[in-house]
Ligand binder design. Structure first.
Ligand SMILES: [Zn+2]
Length: 399
């Protein structure tokens, strides 16, 4: 579990008192104390101040634009080679779906207390590895140690790649460990939505895409890759150093690793070869709301929203009280701290599928099987699957 922080906006709840708000209109100090002194100023001072304010606003605007785009790499070419699955293809893609299999075989082994270093953590890792290896994916474990408030710990990110020789990658990721509560009412924290269900959705994605990847006739040069981050949660309180251990390690390692070792300096880094990182978190409970936080992946957010609508209209998923996707922010929703941060900072395009505000049960013992909703999980499974199939130009009617 994590102390996730928003850089603005509201919402939240849970054991740690919800998300931390930073900045925003609500944090401005009262200005009444200045009012009287302003009235005595000369006209010239007023003009200077007005000009200065305009300049300040303009500079702030430029800075905002810079923040919004500086970390952005243009991904319009990623899946920009437009590809839309037909109704027939969507129906074929949705056929092979059993919630019983999903829950019993993919999700159940993750529904345990599994903090970093525990026996259950190891079992969860083995479950992920075995499932992906048996499907024929290339699986590696990125093992490293780092110091934490509870001493030195060993972490293991799991990276599964369909085609390790591909030049480009689209990553689907989630964190697989559960937050540690040493004592207190939440010590049996399972983290069903945080992030057992997101991990199971990724396993299902691998299971359903594998036959399509085998029969793929159009080589795009882009491989799907699944990353299961370790150590997302803080051991104590969420800080820059006590959180996202696995993501920080992997982003920094990939920034220094070339795709083709020994082939000169022209080979891109592993980080540069990522077209997009799709990060899933806090999914599986009713009424999720996913905002669009990055301008350069807003078109992918829109594609997911469209896919949800199409699946509903084809009766392949159930209509929910409202769409999972809120498109109002159009790529400018306040960002939430999570595993994507070290990647965003290095310019990797990110689509963050996290529900905001966080569910009430976030980081409480209540985040267990009782808050999971079968229809919502099925919708997520099919939305993510169809999105990935479309992105990768797969043809479900061929498998
Ligand atoms: Zn968490």
């Amino acid at each position: 579990m994590t102390k996730k922080r928003r850089t603005g906006g509201g919402g939240g709840g849970g054991a740690e008192g919800g998300m931390v708000k930073v900045g925003g209109l609500g944090s401005r100090k009262p200005r009444s104390g200045k009012k009287r002194s302003l009235q005595t100023r000369s006209k010239t001072t007023w003009l200077l101040m007005a000009g200065g304010s305009c300049l300040a606003v303009f500079v702030m605007f430029l800075f905002y634009q810079h923040l919004a785009t500086s970390s952005d790499r243009d991904v319009s070419t990623a899946s920009g080679k437009a590809w839309t699955l037909s109704d027939e293809q969507l129906i074929a893609l949705s056929k092979d779906t059993s919630m019983r299999y999903f829950k019993n075989e993919l999700l159940e082994p993750l529904m345990v207390v599994r903090p970093v270093g525990s026996e259950n953590h190891k079992k969860a890792r083995q479950h992920i590895r075995t499932t992906l290896e048996s499907l024929g994916w290339h699986v590696e474990t990125d093992t490293f140690t780092d110091s934490t408030p509870l001493g030195r710990k060993t972490f293991h990110n799991i990276i599964a790649t369909w085609d390790p020789s591909a030049r480009q990658r689209v990553i689907f990721a989630a964190h697989y460990e559960s937050k540690l509560f040493l004592k207190g009412p939440h010590k049996n924290f399972i983290g069903a939505i945080d992030s057992a269900v997101p991990c199971a959705i990724l396993l299902d994605l691998a299971r359903s895409l594998t036959p399509l990847l085998r029969t793929r006739t159009r080589a795009l040069g882009t491989t799907p890759q699944l990353v299961f981050f370790d150590g997302e949660e803080a051991f104590e309180n969420w800080t820059a150093k006590d959180s996202i251990y696995g993501a920080r390690h992997l982003a920094s390692k990939w920034a220094a690793t070339r795709v083709h070792a020994g082939k000169g300096r022209r080979s891109p880094t592993m980080l540069e070869s990522i077209e997009c990182l799709v990060l899933l978190d806090l999914l599986g409970a009713k009424n999720p709301t996913i905002h669009s936080a990055f301008p350069n992946t807003h078109f992918l957010h829109r594609r997911m929203a469209t896919m949800e609508q199409r699946l509903v209209s084809l009766d392949l998923i159930t209509r929910q009280p409202s769409s999972f996707f809120n498109t109002n922010y159009a790529g400018r929703a306040p960002a939430v701290e999570d595993d994507h941060i070290p990647f965003v900072r290095r310019g990797v395009p990110v689509l963050h599928l996290i529900t905001v505000p966080f569910p009430r049960e976030w980081h409480t013992a209540g985040d267990d099987a009782t808050i999971l909703d079968d229809d919502v999980m099925l919708n997520w499974i099919l939305i993510v699957r169809a999105f990935a199939a479309e992105y990768l130009h797969l043809d479900p009617t061929r498998a």
